[in-house]
Design a protein around this ligand. Structure first.
Ligand SMILES: Nc1ncnc2c1ncn2[C@@H]1O[C@H](COP(=O)(O)OP(=O)(O)OP(=O)(O)O)[C@@H](O)[C@H]1O
Length: 277
């Protein structure tokens, strides 16, 4: 049995005594592409930074590539790709020189992949990094994080500045990378349609807790939104959220006997909005 690439076990984090993450349990296995969703300030960046040991949890255990997140060795870090929300660095360099320097740190660098993406994302190798647009800088950061085919890729809103064409190209490559190489990807995003298109798994964080997590297709089967006026709520199903209008249930297959098509979720955005009513 392969061990998880990343595992959060009962992780808590507070800033100045204020709880930001509560009892987080998450697992990223090889081949998984997990989309992390949550409102602004929900704790997504905090969770991703804890995974990499950039900040420490208060309690709980995080295992990243079989190591404690707070003691990642240089060899371990070579197997991880990370793109922060606001990538920066290499400001005085030309794109080609920045990539050459970055490449020198990674023996597994795949120059073919680098070239494919440079042309697909239409980056000019002779341009100064400091003159690139926000989206182009984000593209460069993605190329740098993925060209050494990391085993674990952690991306904080990786495509927020990319145009729809670049976004689609990048997202499909991301999925292929995970499937082809058995890598795992954990990425945060507010673009639910992107998450729906490429993620195999999702986790929705609300009030510092993982409210929903699992395989996306299974969750679409299991989760039902039932108006409070309905006479036949799902017996035995777990209530995920209740608003004045409706109740969101997560049902196992045995309590789906009474399912009605009109209670199915139509897309991830609908579920996300419903959970935050
Ligand atoms: N270093 C810090 N010191 C104090 N509070 C912090 C710190 N970093 C984050 N926070 C707080 O923790 C909470 C979660 O922040 P985080 O950046 O993880 O949210 P997020 O889900 O990534 O938000 P967004 O979608 O807006 O990027 C916020 O209330 C934020 O103000």
């Amino acid at each position: 049995m392969t061990s998880p690439l990343l595992e959060f076990d009962q992780v808590n984090k507070q800033f100045a005594g204020k709880a930001v993450l509560n009892n987080i349990n998450l697992i990223i296995e090889p081949g998984m592409v997990m989309g992390l969703l949550g409102r602004n300030g929900a704790g997504k960046t905090t969770l991703l930074r804890i995974a990499l040991g950039l900040i420490s949890q208060n309690t709980g255990v995080v295992r990243c590539l079989d190591s404690d997140n707070r003691q990642l060795s240089p060899a371990c870090k070579q197997r991880i790709g990370y793109v922060p929300q606001q990538p920066c660095g290499y400001q005085g360099f030309k794109v080609n020189d920045a990539i050459a320097l970055h490449r020198s740190f990674y023996p597994n660098w795949d120059s073919t992949l680098e070239q494919t993406w440079l042309s697909r994302l239409e980056l000019d190798g002779n341009a100064l990094v400091s003159n690139l647009s926000g989206g182009q800088q984000q593209s460069l950061a993605l190329i740098m994080a993925m060209s050494y085919r990391p085993q674990l890729l952690i991306l904080d809103e990786p495509v927020s500045s990319l145009d729809p064409i670049a976004r689609r190209a990048f997202m499909s490559d991301l999925f292929e990378l995970a499937l082809d190489t058995g890598s795992g990807v954990l990425f945060s995003s507010h673009i639910t349609s992107d998450v729906e298109r490429i993620a195999s798994h999702i986790a929705i964080i609300k009030d510092g807790e993982v409210l929903v997590s699992g395989e996306l297709d299974s969750l679409k089967e299991q989760i039902k939104i039932v108006p409070n006026s309905a006479s036949d709520p799902l017996p035995g199903a777990t209530i995920l959220h209740q608003s004045q209008r409706s109740t969101v249930y997560q049902a196992s297959s045995c309590n789906l006997r009474s399912k009605k098509p009109e209670h199915n979720i139509t897309n991830l955005e609908q579920l996300f909005v419903e959970l935050h009513q």
